[in-house]
Design a protein around this ligand. Structure first.
Ligand SMILES: Nc1ncnc2c1ncn2[C@@H]1O[C@H](COP(=O)(O)OP(=O)(O)OP(=O)(O)O)[C@@H](O)[C@H]1O
Ligand SMILES: [Mg+2]
Length: 455
């Protein structure tokens, strides 16, 4: 029987997706932070050069003989030269009136404060960075203000920014790839611990109820300790069940056997035929309940032992011979003989108590359903698999019922006046299945039933 456990998603996938998702968000964040920081720095650089250039122009302005002289220094333009040959525009204003340069700049710049101001705008269709700076010139009798508006296109700056963006993207992607690989590794390492525990639980088999001693990560401690306490309780209740079965068998069988012997003795003393008939029915009922109780307890014991199968090396021939010797007195009461045919020894690893119980049920059936004064043949063979076959010379299994006779409490139509509970073949089949084998029922062509218990 397989237990289907309700599962909801995979822990591994959940961990991997969370970590990779986190890595992707971090990589994007990294990309945008680096890019915006670079834009700021690059812009700052251009602004500094524009300021230096505008200042050197203003420094060149002077009032001589009441006229303003302004010789634009070469250095003011050379310091603005870039690899991308960015274009430069300038305008010179005196007291707000345009003097020289590009008149379009006058409209673009609106500020007229004393501190230099920067702004980004468009001049003649090109994106430019503009500085506006002014200086007050004081002559002998006059005072005037000179304003320089200087603009530079940003081709070089955008090239640099493109490069930085590309590099930041590569770095971000590299970071993402590395963290993804690390996520897989970390997930496998974490899940691996759970996997180890699962493996050691499944490898154990149902009979191994010892507590787990191997150290596990701290987070798994409560789980393992609950598992250990569960197994402890299970172990305790299982051994209680075993004791209970043995105790119950003893307590039921003994008084029934006593009652049976009293009933037998009473039957000898009773003369009246109707009383004798009543006594005989009573004895049959006692036999029926005694058999049923015995078989039920045997079946319970077999189910228990089959669940906790403890295998030991046994010689099947020896085990069967021992059983035959014990059953011979009972067989002789019915003028039956038991003949054992076998190899020297058939060594097999199994539970001797279970196997003996199964074979006893097969011989018991042959004695019950076979005719008096006949021989029951018992074969123990090694090939094709270790097996015990019991054949009798009776009428055989009722045709049509043969398939169902191994079912619990199922008795054939030939069992009418014979004491039984319909559990013998079920016990034999369960023992075979517990050992990885099976039971096979057939009727011989020449008559008689044969049952093979293969292990
Ligand atoms: N050797 C046999 N020859 C003919 N019929 C058999 C033989 N062995 C078993 N059967 C049929 O199979 C049925 C089931 O057998 P099974 O041993 O399970 O139960 P049972 O013998 O009736 O009761 P018990 O539990 O006491 O053994 C029997 O009732 C009988 O009809
Ligand atoms: Mg039987």
């Amino acid at each position: 029987m397989t237990n289907k456990v309700a599962t909801s998603g995979s822990l591994r996938n959940r961990l991997v997706f969370t970590l990779i998702g986190g890595a992707a968000v971090l990589a994007l964040l990294f990309f945008f932070v680096v890019r915006s920081f670079s834009v700021q720095i690059a812009q700052q650089g251009q602004d500094n050069i524009l300021l230096a250039s505008a200042t050197s122009m203003l420094d060149a302005a002077a009032i001589r003989n009441s006229t303003i002289e302004l010789d634009l220094p070469y250095s003011a333009f050379s310091m603005l030269s870039t690899q991308a040959d960015d274009r430069i525009f300038y305008a010179i204003l005196q007291d707000g009136k345009f003097l020289s340069g590009y008149e379009d700049l006058v409209g673009v710049d609106a500020s007229s404060s004393n501190t230099p101001t920067f702004k980004t705008s468009f001049v003649r269709g090109a994106k430019v960075r503009i500085i506006s700076a002014s200086r007050t010139l004081i002559g002998a009798s006059e005072r005037t203000e000179i304003q320089i508006i200087l603009a530079q296109t940003q081709d070089d700056l955008s090239k640099t920014l493109d490069q930085i963006s590309r590099n930041a993207a590569f770095l971000g992607f590299g970071f993402f790839a590395l963290t993804s690989a690390l996520s897989f590794w970390a997930t496998s390492a974490t899940i691996g611990q759970l996997g180890k525990l699962t493996k050691s639980v499944t490898r154990r088999g149902p009979q191994d109820l010892r507590p787990f001693k191997r150290s596990v990560p701290k987070e798994m401690g409560p789980l393992v300790s609950s598992l250990n306490s569960l197994m402890g309780r299970l172990d305790q209740s299982l051994s209680q069940s075993e004791d209970f079965i043995a105790e119950a068998a003893h307590r039921v069988r003994t008084p029934l056997a006593t009652v049976r012997s009293y009933a037998d003795a009473t039957l000898q003393r009773v003369d009246k035929e109707e009383n004798r008939e009543a006594m005989r029915s009573m004895i049959k009922a006692i036999d029926e309940s005694s058999r049923a109780a015995g078989q039920l307890l045997d079946h319970a014991m077999i189910t228990f032992r089959a669940d906790h199968l403890v295998r030991e090396e046994i010689n099947l021939v020896e085990l069967t011979r021992d059983l035959v010797e014990r059953l011979t007195p009972i067989a002789e009461m019915k003028d039956l003989s038991l003949a054992l045919h076998s190899d020297d020894q058939v060594i097999y690893k199994g539970d001797p108590v279970l196997i003996q119980n199964a074979v006893r049920n097969l011989i018991d059936n042959a004695m019950k359903y076979g005719p008096m004064e006949s021989t029951i043949e018992i074969f123990v063979s090694r090939v094709p698999s270790p097996s015990v076959t019991v054949c009798d010379n009776g009428p055989g299994f009722p045709v049509g019922e043969i398939e169902s006779l191994t079912t619990r409490f199922q008795r054939g139509e030939n069992s009418k006046d014979i004491v039984g509970s319909g559990l013998g073949l079920t016990i034999a089949r369960d023992v075979a299945l517990a050992h990885g084998g099976n039971i096979h029922l057939e009727n011989k062509l020449e008559g008689g039933a044969c049952v093979t218990l293969s292990l």
